[in-house]
Ligand binder design. Structure first.
Ligand SMILES: C[S@@+](CC[C@H](N)C(=O)[O-])C[C@H]1O[C@@H](n2cnc3c(N)ncnc32)[C@H](O)[C@@H]1O
Length: 104
């Protein structure tokens, strides 16, 4: 069963625990506005929605790019990161996904 929650991340994420009875997240696919990747990752942390092994997979980290997110997850010491090169859809341009596994 899939439960779709409509709304901006900054509204939905803080409601997940109490309103939607989410304990922690196993997998988070991030594919919205690129300047929101870092603050939303930090909001997930602040709301205690990540557990050891929670996987964040972020798309298009090269084009349009999310450099502040990459700098954060790779250097804050809380994630094990792997970069997966890809091609931008419909274009002959190099892009990538970043997998960040929360260390707990
Ligand atoms: C590149 S689309 C990707 C959508 C989907 N992942 C897909 O592949 O079809 C990005 C979407 O994120 C939405 N978006 C941007 N900022 C958001 C936010 N803070 N909260 C929720 N959605 C947001 C945009 O309106 C847009 O529909």
């Amino acid at each position: 069963m899939v439960h779709i929650l409509e709304g901006p991340t900054y509204d939905i994420i803080p409601q997940l625990k109490k309103k939607y009875e989410v304990d922690t997240l196993d997998f988070v696919f991030i594919d919205h506005w690129k300047d929101k990747y870092k603050p939303d990752t930090q909001l997930l942390e602040k709301c205690n929605l990540l557990r050891k092994g929670s996987v964040i997979l972020a798309d298009n980290v090269i084009i349009p790019g999310a450099p502040d997110f990459l700098e954060y997850v790779r250097n804050c010491g809380r994630y094990d990161c792997t970069n997966y090169p890809s091609m931008l859809e419909y274009m002959n341009e190099k892009d990538a996904l970043e997998k960040a596994v929360f260390r707990g």
